[in-house]
Design a protein around this ligand. Structure first.
Ligand SMILES: [Zn+2]
Ligand SMILES: [Zn+2]
Length: 203
């Protein structure tokens, strides 16, 4: 049985990571029977179990939802077993600007229950940017990873620049544009929420 499970695990991971259709798993039934000398009934039962697991991982659309990301040096890696959701924005507030060391932050939401640090958990640190708001970052290299607001810890605000594969979403708006850095020109047609203290001041 140990050999069978090893084979199942290895077979599952490859197509999920590459976004393959779960229907491709029908070939596992043949593999199990041929490689392990199982009768067709046992092979079918195992195959059906695998199909249920795969369907739960990839969703009803058959499209793999696994997103992966990491800090700059790679010691911290995470997986998102779900989808990003809005508001997906370019935030021009002073906190996002300074915490990223860039002109603005690019952020989307993810359910905390779907966010998994798969390596380097002990290297994840945080600072409190506002009462109850914690910005988690990689102590190994400084990459900002996500923000957690104690008023709703079920949702994390993820820094999109740490992703390593395409989340399939686009930025929806500019946020806190009144705090925008003077060297930034907004040349797109995205909606702008003009709020925040002027550049160089803090609220
Ligand atoms: Zn790092
Ligand atoms: Zn911000």
């Amino acid at each position: 049985m140990g050999r069978i499970l090893t084979r199942i695990g290895r077979t599952q991971r490859r197509p999920i990571a590459e976004g393959s259709d779960p229907c491709a798993y029908s070939s596992i039934r043949l593999d199990l029977a041929v490689w392990h000398g199982l009768n067709s009934t046992t092979a079918a039962q195992l195959s059906d179990t695998i199909s249920v697991v795969v369907a739960s991982l990839v969703g009803s659309t058959g499209t793999a939802k696994m997103l992966r990301g990491a800090c700059a040096c790679g010691h911290i890696a995470y997986e998102i077993r779900g989808e990003l959701f809005g508001p997906i924005n370019y935030c021009h507030c002073w906190r996002c600007r300074k915490h990223s060391g860039s002109s603005f932050g690019t952020t989307a939401s993810v359910l905390a229950s779907q966010f998994f640090v798969v390596s380097g958990q002990a290297l994840l640190s945080h600072w409190t940017s506002s009462p109850g708001v914690h910005r988690h970052f990689a102590s190994c290299c400084g990459s900002p990873i996500y923000k957690l607001d104690e008023t709703d810890p079920s949702v994390l605000r993820l820094r999109l620049g740490t992703l390593d594969n395409d989340p399939g979403v686009k930025v929806e708006m500019h946020f806190m544009v009144a705090s925008k850095a003077p060297w930034v020109s907004i040349d797109d047609d995205l909606p702008q929420e003009v709020c925040g203290p002027p550049f160089g001041t803090k609220d």
